[in-house]
Design a protein around this ligand. Structure first.
Ligand SMILES: Cc1ncc(COP(=O)(O)O)c(C=O)c1O
Length: 933
């Protein structure tokens, strides 16, 4: 399957296009342009022939693409082609120009004129009432899969038109495709689709052999052609559901509906028998889209805002009262508008609901969100993913449970683990020294740690693996592989996937398989499949659990009879989708939730959730979910194209490429974690094919919508570039920098103009750098060259996690097998007492370590950038860590005071704690031994 498309230069003159959508748009531009020139040329002008040839090429490229969209529709497009053929060029030009305008302005979505009608084209939206009409009756398209003659098609269209009713909530048009392959292509090409009606009996192959379109079919198994016709409908349904699970699918069949419903009912929203249920089908389509469109909590809040109420409650701001009565703060409502305050209330009744115990619209809104994100349950949160992470950790981790966690994770996890009293075993991500950033945690390292716990006899206490997917810089795990291999070693492990930056991934067929929820659902299916049981039998017969090296080398799979699927994902919906700041969600796919987690989850949710959650944030989550289900795919695909475009432009620009380079997957994921060998996701020769291949196969993939720009050649460090150049001079905001990179994130709201502005700014900065270089004195030139050399060639190696000091190592202190876990909570609270701590500056620290003293950090030490804790409470300070910190040249280091230095534990405090830990461990071990005897 391919969601983007690429072009073979040798076969297609349109190879420069990045995607089918870009090609469509540019072909129309080209067509209008060529026709306009042709109209102006005298009949015997020598240029006519070449123009006509080009027009025919464009038409040939558009014919298949247009067959997948309702507008302009087959008849109008055929008319246009015949006018060109007959030489009625002025007429063709006028029509092509109008079609193009309507496509750009998307006015075909206007309800009054969305169908072809009498060959009339819709006009531009000009008046406010037209705009309102469009907004109040959203438009969508329905794909009909059936082999029909032209007259049957026309009759069906007329029938659909006749069914329209003034009271309908939406208006839809139909697209008819004749085959299995065309249906799959249309599913991926046409963003306007909301429903698919699969009729009984249709051929497999598309008549179009266009390379670019056929790439959408990659991954469709060979041999499908031999499947009997009556099974094709259900099979097609399953394939479409995999690509775009949000679409409503209907099957119309002449077979025994009851039998088909029993086998394929899950995929189809409804199954109809023959032609008997036209009216029902029309109603079902409207209702299906309505279910996704409706936003129960937002709707309830709007209704509430309209009701007259008397407020004898908290919140003077509710219904704007405290503002309307005021002589001084009227500008608040002038700025925000009164609706914000009309919708502010502390009431949980009167049609509203309580987040802490939802039974009404919030409950339904959360159920809808679970559907949209493929979770079994979803919980809304109004204090960001920082809170979501703490809730999940508290709910699932008991004091002294061991948690394997990526050290490079967000600080909310470290604090959450302190609160939970977990034994924390930090995992090391692979380092990217040359860019001063970390990648992600290799599966081999995670397995190594699990096997060490096994050897030490404490595997039963390993409770959770906690990883960030994707990382800030866009590194994405192969979630399935991580879960399979870890569950093979410990079948009841819980996974917390921090998808703070990855909520949007659900919307796109290339991204979706690497999300926690999609993976959990897939694994559940896989473990039920008898072919998996057979695969496991073969694996079990060949595996030697005592040969650790071999276990690290091969891919492990879990025992289907023992494995439990317990996955949690936290989303900062507000970061990548539509939601007000702090709007986040927790998604749960846990087979044991009811039995083993629900009560604790409830308590954890109560611990961290405000009793006054913000209704506007909750309403925005509800609406954000609607957007995901109705236009998420389109928005993410456009975001991807925009990001690729940004990358291309910088790569191709002679001035920009002297100073800047966007890092490709080859720069950010070492080859041993890139089985595909793909270095870059897009190039002129193979188009986007690399992207999909790599995302299917590699241990780590790169999210190309996060574009890391290497800027070392400018001689400016990331921080200076961000603040002094981008922000101060041009008002461009970015979030993350490293020593020699800055990260530009695109999102579903990014626009072409924003990308154009960024390129313009980069060009200005590059010109400025050229000018500055020309004006440098010889000394300045030497200093500049030194800075460039330092940023591009001299890279401080990133340190790994050193170790917890013995005082905080608890039960692994006396074991022969040293595991990594440490009691971070005790260290954290030990530092609350000043008398346990002292300060050492960098120089003193270095001298003390060289003299053989173990220095132990009392605090989290987090330099910005890179923004991960270089030290955690209880961690031994190593020389590597000191060297890295002194090479960092950053000004903001949380937990390190420039005037005093590191806050460390005194030797006495460490000795006392170590003694206590040893005593406690000895008692526990004695108890364990006694129990065993
Ligand atoms: C990986 C990760 N997890 C969690 C968070 C916290 O999310 P929020 O800002 O929604 O609290 C962040 C914030 O940047 C993050 O990067």
């Amino acid at each position: 399957m391919s969601a983007g498309v690429s072009f073979d230069k040798s076969k297609n003159s349109l190879s420069r296009h990045r995607s089918v959508w870009e090609m469509r748009s540019e072909s129309w531009i080209g067509l209008v342009d060529d026709l306009s020139r042709l109209v102006a040329l005298p009949p015997d002008h020598p240029e006519r022939q070449s123009r006509l040839a080009h027009i025919n090429e464009l038409i040939a490229a558009l014919v298949p693409i247009e067959s997948y969209w309702a507008f302009p529709g087959g008849r109008v497009f055929a008319d246009l082609c015949s006018w060109i053929e007959r030489g009625e060029l002025a007429r063709a030009h006028q029509t092509a120009r109008r079609i193009h305008r309507v496509l750009v302005a998307r006015t075909y979505r206007h309800e009054a004129s969305s169908l072809e009608g009498e060959g009339e084209l819709p006009s531009q939206i000009e008046t406010e009432s037209e705009r309102q009409a469009q907004l109040s009756r959203p438009y969508f398209e329905v794909l009909i899969v059936d082999e029909m003659s032209a007259s049957e098609e026309a009759a069906l269209r007329r029938r659909v038109q006749r069914k329209r009713h003034a009271e309908d909530e939406f208006v839809f048009d139909i697209v008819i495709v004749p085959s299995f392959e065309d249906a799959l292509i249309a599913t991926l090409v046409n963003f306007n689709l909301q429903a698919v009606v699969i009729r009984h009996g249709f051929p497999f192959r598309s008549i179009y052999s266009d390379d670019m379109l056929r790439r959408f079919l990659d991954g469709v198994q060979d041999g499908i052609e031999t499947i009997p016709e009556f099974e094709r409908g259900p099979l097609l349904g399953r394939q479409i559901a995999r690509l775009r699970p949000e679409l409503d699918l209907y099957l119309v069949t002449d077979m025994k509906v009851e039998d088909i419903a029993a086998t394929a009912g899950e995929v189809f929203k409804r199954i109809f028998f023959g032609e008997e249920d036209h009216v029902e089908l029309y109603g079902a389509i409207m209702q299906g889209v309505g279910e996704r469109y409706h936003t129960p909590f937002f709707d309830a809040l709007r209704d509430y805002a309209k009701q007259p109420t008397g407020v004898f409650h908290a919140l003077p701001l509710a219904r704007g009262k405290a503002i309307l009565n005021s002589s001084w703060i009227g500008d608040l409502s002038q700025f925000y508008g009164m609706n914000l305050f009309m919708a502010e209330t502390s009431a949980t009744s009167g049609g509203l609901d309580s987040l802490l115990d939802p039974v009404g619209p919030l409950k339904i809104a959360q159920e809808h969100a679970a559907r949209a994100f493929g979770a079994r349950r979803t919980y809304f949160a109004t204090n960001g993913t920082s809170t979501c992470n703490k809730i999940v950790v508290q709910a699932l981790v008991r004091p002294d449970d061991i948690v394997l966690v990526d050290r490079n994770c967000h600080k909310s996890h470290h604090y959450g683990l302190v609160l939970a009293g977990a034994q924390v075993a930090y995992l090391d991500s692979y380092p990217l020294d040359q860019y001063s950033m970390y990648g992600a945690v290799p599966i081999r390292h995670i397995k190594e740690q699990l096997l060490t716990f096994k050897r030490a006899g404490t595997l039963d206490r390993v409770r959770m693996v906690l990883l960030t997917n994707c990382t800030f810089d866009g590194i994405v795990y192969d979630v399935e592989r991580v879960m399979l291999e870890c569950l093979a070693i410990k079948p009841d492990l819980v996974f917390l996937w921090d998808e703070a930056w990855f909520a949007f991934a659900r919307c796109h067929p290339v991204y979706r398989p690497r999300t926690a929820m999609a993976t959990a659902a897939r694994l559940a299916e896989m473990f039920k499949d008898p072919s998996y049981a057979k695969r496991y039998e073969e694996f079990a017969a060949s595996v030697d659990w005592d040969d650790e090296e071999a276990l690290l080398e091969r891919q492990l799979i879990p025992d289907p009879d023992k494995v439990r699927i317990r996955a949690y994902a936290t989303h900062s919906t507000h970061k990548t989708l539509t939601a007000l700041r702090q709007g986040s969600m927790i998604h749960v796919w846990d087979q044991d939730f009811r039995d083993k987690a629900e009560e604790a989850f409830h308590e954890a949710y109560m611990t961290h959730t405000s009793t006054s959650p913000n209704y506007q944030i909750l309403a925005s989550l509800d609406v954000g979910r609607r957007q995901v289900e109705l236009e998420g795919y389109e928005l993410v695909q456009r975001q991807l194209e925009l990001a690729m475009n940004l990358r291309d432009q910088v790569q191709a620009h002679p001035l920009l490429k002297r100073y800047f380079r966007f890092l490709a997957v080859g720069d950010l994921v070492p080859l041993q974690h890139r089985e595909s060998g793909v270095e870059s996701y897009f190039n002129e020769e193979t188009g986007w094919n690399n992207f999909e291949l790599a995302w299917r196969t590699d241990e780590f993939a790169l999210d190309p919508t996060r574009a890391t720009l290497a800027i070392g050649a400018t001689g400016l460090d990331g921080d200076t570039f961000k603040n002094k150049e981008l922000m101060d001079k041009y008002g461009i905001q970015i979030n993350k920098t490293s020593r020699n990179t800055v990260l530009f994130m695109t999102n579903i709201g990014s626009t072409r103009s924003a990308v154009a502005y960024l390129i313009e700014v980069l060009v200005k900065i590059a010109r400025d750098l050229d000018r500055r270089a020309a004006d440098m004195s010889s000394i300045e030139r030497r200093i500049h060259a030194k800075k460039v050399r330092s940023l591009t060639l001299e890279h401080p190696p990133l340190p790994d996690f050193s170790s917890f000091h013995r005082a905080f190592r608890g039960d692994n202190l006396t074991s022969n097998t040293q595991t990594r876990n440490g009691d971070i909570r005790s260290a954290f609270f030990l530092s609350y007492d000043d008398s346990n701590c002292e300060y050492v500056n960098m120089m003193e620290a270095s001298r003390a370590i060289q003299a053989g003293r173990e220095l132990v950090s009392a605090l989290f030490v987090i330099p910005y950038p890179p923004g991960f804790p270089i030290l955690v409470p209880g961690q031994v300070i190593s020389m590597e860590i000191l060297q890295f910190m002194s090479a960092l040249d950053v000004h903001e280091i949380h937990g390190y005071r420039p005037d005093l230095g590191f806050r460390i534990f005194s030797e006495e405090a460490l000795a006392r704690t170590e003694e206590r830990t040893l005593a406690k461990t000895t008692v526990i071990q004695a108890q364990q031994e006694a129990m065993q005897n």
